[in-house]
Design a protein around this ligand. Structure first.
Ligand SMILES: [Zn+2]
Length: 278
């Protein structure tokens, strides 16, 4: 009897833990015609499948503008279905904010539409994309099945562009990586900050230039002081109606560089002093 009960319990536990590879993406309206899929504020795991990132889309007059595509082919496909549930308009353009894998590995699901990024982001994806995908496979497991790097085919430049009848201001900054694109949608008042701003979790810093990042944060914060600003969407964590994630990220980076400086003074090397060199 006891053995039977144990077997039953194991069966139930097994079913509860079964992964159905459904990211359960639910579009949150953050402004009129602007939606985001808010990721978990966790590290990559086989439970979350890499869904720790914010992606977004704008329903423009002539089509949909997608901002970042998530960590896997599966995420991209599910994102596309979730977009289709909101609007019947075709996807006009996909934009990758920077070359980190959780932001572009869903590109493959959008292979039939134009995908664009800053030149250095395109180069970064071409150089490191496969290694990033392999690494994410190790951390997120079978959620990644079938995922391959799909390079952005178009280059974006800083300035004001018209995409599908919507005017977007592209601001080319850097510091989190060598190229971090910020998108200002003046129509809705949304600033898409990419990974220059984190909310409620420690910023990831494998390609960071802290001095550049701090400078970029000042420029980003200035955008939130412009007339018409309504919502800041960070790359990770909840959107806000103010610059709080920028200030949070700045405080963390300031603390980090002070800690590194003190450690260097004390004669410690990078690995011993940095909490991010794992
Ligand atoms: Zn990133």
């Amino acid at each position: 009897m006891k053995r039977l009960l144990c077997a039953l319990l194991m069966l139930v536990a097994g079913q509860l833990g079964a992964v159905d590879f459904d990211y359960r993406l639910s579009a949150v309206m953050i402004a009129k015609d602007v939606y985001a899929f808010i990721g978990k504020t966790e590290d990559f795991s086989t439970d979350n499948g890499g869904n720790i990132v914010n992606t977004a889309f704008i329903v423009a007059p002539q089509g949909v503008i997608v901002i970042d595509t998530g960590p896997s082919l599966r995420y991209g496909q599910q994102m596309r279905r979730a977009i289709a549930a909101i609007t019947a308009k075709p996807i006009a353009l996909v934009i990758n904010t920077h070359h980190h894998p959780d932001h572009f590995l869903g590109n493959q699901a959008f292979a039939d539409v134009p995908i664009a990024a800053l030149a250095e982001t395109r180069n970064g994806i071409a150089a490191d994309g496969n290694a990033f995908a392999e690494n994410l496979f190790r951390m997120s497991g079978d959620w990644m099945k079938g995922t391959e790097v799909q390079l952005p085919g178009q280059t974006l430049n800083a300035g004001v562009v018209d995409v599908a009848g919507r005017s977007l201001r592209l601001v080319a900054l850097d510091g989190h990586t060598g190229a971090d694109l910020v998108i200002v949608d003046a129509t809705s008042g949304v600033v898409f900050a990419g990974d220059l701003a984190f909310n409620g979790r420690a910023p990831t810093t494998p390609h960071a230039d802290v001095a550049h990042w701090l400078k970029a944060l000042d420029q980003l914060e200035a955008l939130t002081r412009e007339a018409g600003f309504k919502v800041l969407l960070p790359g990770h964590g909840a959107p806000t109606g103010d610059a709080a994630p920028i200030r949070q990220t700045r405080a963390w980076l300031t603390w980090l560089s002070a800690a590194m400086r003190d450690a260097a003074k004390a004669g410690l090397d990078m690995n011993a002093s940095s909490p991010i060199c794992r």
